[in-house]
Write a protein that binds this ligand. Structure first.
Ligand SMILES: *[C@@H]1O[C@H](CO)[C@@H](O)[C@H](O)[C@H]1NC(C)=O
Ligand SMILES: *[C@@H]1O[C@H](CO)[C@@H](O)[C@H](O)[C@H]1NC(C)=O
Ligand SMILES: *[C@@H]1O[C@H](CO)[C@@H](O)[C@H](O)[C@H]1NC(C)=O
Ligand SMILES: *[C@@H]1O[C@H](CO)[C@@H](O)[C@H](O)[C@H]1NC(C)=O
Ligand SMILES: *[C@@H]1O[C@H](CO)[C@@H](O)[C@H](O)[C@H]1NC(C)=O
Ligand SMILES: *[C@@H]1O[C@H](CO)[C@@H](O)[C@H](O)[C@H]1NC(C)=O
Ligand SMILES: *[C@@H]1O[C@H](CO)[C@@H](O)[C@H](O)[C@H]1NC(C)=O
Ligand SMILES: *[C@@H]1O[C@H](CO)[C@@H](O)[C@H](O)[C@H]1NC(C)=O
Ligand SMILES: *[C@@H]1O[C@H](CO)[C@@H](O)[C@H](O)[C@H]1NC(C)=O
Ligand SMILES: *[C@@H]1O[C@H](CO)[C@@H](O)[C@H](O)[C@H]1NC(C)=O
Ligand SMILES: *[C@@H]1O[C@H](CO)[C@@H](O)[C@H](O)[C@H]1NC(C)=O
Ligand SMILES: *[C@@H]1O[C@H](CO)[C@@H](O)[C@H](O)[C@H]1NC(C)=O
Length: 431
């Protein structure tokens, strides 16, 4: 008996030291009128290492002010309940306006061994930024293209990070900005869904993910939005994005000018997007992007299913200029070893384009491209090598006409023999 009591107290001691090593920090709910972000900030000094920060299930938190979680080490943030962001547009704009460079992320996370997770129950664990009213209001301001002073969603700069089961409903604009290394991003749902047939209400700049990390894996993610589904940006290496659904918006995108390599986009379903797959680099950029592969792409109703441009036209910074018109001395990023393999589906030739077009001519206008532009290679002279297309099967959605190619042989420093298609403007022909 005595011995047992001794064992019990030893066990209790061991348990006590374990619990002090790993803490569960439940964010308390403040109740009406209270900004619950204050309670999160109060927890952080004790919960930044070896801890789980829990937003409780069946609870709606009021996250009225942005939260910087600081530098975390071995921390899981579990959003099991719902997070309401402020619904007042002027209030949020005033917060953005007050920040350096007028750039504000609502949630900022840094560190090592970080997990950001939602609730696996599809009915809760939502982040609600109330973006729809911003999209609606944007049609009444000039210049068109989204309200000024919009906040970003999540900034995550960490090593060894998992982001899973997150659900963002109606973001105001940009969602996840990821940097650092060793990311696994899976089973997340970004819902900036909009009415495809009401073009004057459009969720501008609602990028799903902007990625500039190393060793990044995405799977089973779903995005419906009005900009890049995923944009792989400068500084991204070893990125594998698979089993993803992208709806609306601007597709699965390699979007950068330099220092990007080893990127694979695999098994992507694209629905009603302006671009299904896109390489996008800006005019007068310099730099190199290499080893980028799009494979097993299922396209439903894309205006530009296979698209590469080194002369991207930004309708804000290039306002007043004409897309596709540039001086002969222009420069562009050099691309090497790019491929598109097994791309099948339909081209949107019935209602081409989307609500992002607020300039005339439109920012995505390509001179001489037809309305059945299956494959578009808008690349400056001598800026590409090792480009290859294989097993491309695209048809206009109304069954009228054929898939066209837009291509200039001068783009390719290694000639056109190995492209896998005839590089000319006209009907797509595999070789
Ligand atoms: C993180 O915390 C968990 C739970 O306490 C623990 O098992 C694990 O060893 C910790 N990992 C690191 C890298 O500290
Ligand atoms: C959220 O917090 C703000 C700031 O404290 C407060 O004005 C507002 O009433 C709160 N909202 C709710 C629903 O409690
Ligand atoms: C942080 O931990 C210390 C020591 O365990 C405790 O006294 C304090 O109340 C804790 N603070 C919070 C906000 O939990
Ligand atoms: C932004 O801040 C500036 C300077 O503080 C102020 O003049 C301007 O009115 C603010 N704009 C908005 C939209 O709040
Ligand atoms: C991630 O690791 C890199 C390389 O070791 C380091 O430079 C960087 O500071 C780390 N990032 C964070 C947020 O700890
Ligand atoms: C990326 O993964 C490779 C292979 O596992 C590893 O050698 C490398 O150190 C990782 N890089 C970073 C920045 O984590
Ligand atoms: C492709 O991805 C979808 C999810 O978008 C998944 O259901 C399907 O199983 C994947 N196909 C293969 C062959 O892995
Ligand atoms: C194709 O996409 C366009 C633009 O998003 C949309 O207006 C149209 O309804 C879609 N067509 C079909 C058949 O889904
Ligand atoms: C890009 O690659 C070329 C060789 O293909 C090299 O001369 C140039 O320095 C590289 N540029 C950058 C920015 O790395
Ligand atoms: C591209 O190359 C072709 C053929 O060499 C030449 O006629 C044309 O002027 C070049 N275009 C530019 C913008 O340099
Ligand atoms: C091209 O030439 C124009 C006019 O001479 C000059 O202003 C511009 O900077 C040049 N652009 C590049 C990329 O060299
Ligand atoms: C478009 O086609 C016309 C007529 O063939 C040609 O003169 C012009 O250079 C082409 N423009 C582009 C950007 O390809």
């Amino acid at each position: 008996m005595l011995n047992t009591a001794k064992h019990n107290s030893l066990a209790l001691l061991a348990l006590t030291s374990l619990t002090s090593a790993f803490q569960t920090c439940v964010v308390p709910l403040g109740g009406p009128g209270i900004d619950d972000s204050d309670a999160v900030r109060a927890l952080l000094p004790n919960c930044s290492a070896n801890a789980e920060i829990v937003f409780s299930s069946c609870t709606t938190y009021n996250i009225s002010t942005p939260i910087n979680f600081g530098t975390l080490s071995n921390v899981t943030i579990s959003i099991l309940g719902d997070l309401n962001l402020p619904a007042s547009i002027p209030y949020v704009q005033s917060l953005v306006n007050a920040t350096a460079k007028q750039s504000l992320h609502w949630f900022t996370i840094a560190g090592t061994d970080v997990t950001l997770q939602g609730n696996q129950n599809p009915a809760e664990g939502f982040v609600y930024p109330y973006g729809e009213q911003w999209w609606t209001a944007a049609q009444h301001v000039t210049p068109l293209g989204g309200l000024p002073l919009r906040p970003h969603g999540f900034s995550v700069n960490a090593n060894r990070t998992t982001i899973r089961y997150m659900k963002v409903s109606k973001p105001i604009a940009w969602n996840f900005a990821l940097s650092g290394s060793d990311y696994v991003v899976h089973d997340n749902w970004i819902d900036a869904s909009y009415d495809l047939n009401t073009p004057n209400v459009f969720p501008f700049n609602t990028d799903g993910y902007d990625v500039k990390g190393t060793n990044v894996t995405f799977y089973n993610n779903h995005v419906f939005n009005g900009d890049d589904c995923v944009a792989v940006n400068n500084g991204a290496h070893n990125v594998y994005i698979t089993d993803m659904i992208c709806e609306g918006g601007h597709g699965i995108s390699l979007s950068g000018v330099d220092d990007i390599s080893n990127v694979i986009f695999n098994n992507i379903t694209s629905r009603n997007s302006l671009y299904a797959t896109r390489f996008k680099s800006s005019l007068d950029s310099t730099g190199n992007v290499s080893d980028v592969h799009w494979q097993n792409i299922y396209v439903l109703n894309a205006t530009f299913p296979v698209f590469a441009t080194s002369v991207y036209f930004d309708q804000n910074t290039n306002r007043g200029e004409t897309p596709g018109v540039y001086p002969a001395n222009s420069t562009a990023t050099f691309i090497d070893n790019f491929s598109w393999t097994n791309v099948s589906g339909t081209i949107n030739d019935m209602y081409p384009g989307d609500g992002s077009c607020v300039t005339d001519p439109c920012w995505y206008y390509v001179a001489n491209a037809t309305n059945t532009a299956g494959v578009t290679m808008q690349l400056l002279n001598g800026t590409a090598s090792g480009v290859h297309l294989e097993n491309i099967n695209l048809l206009p959605i109304d069954g009228k006409g054929v898939s066209d190619t837009y291509c200039n042989p001068d783009s390719f420093t290694d000639g056109t023999e190995n492209l896998g298609f005839v590089c000319a403007n006209g009907p797509y022909k595999a070789t």
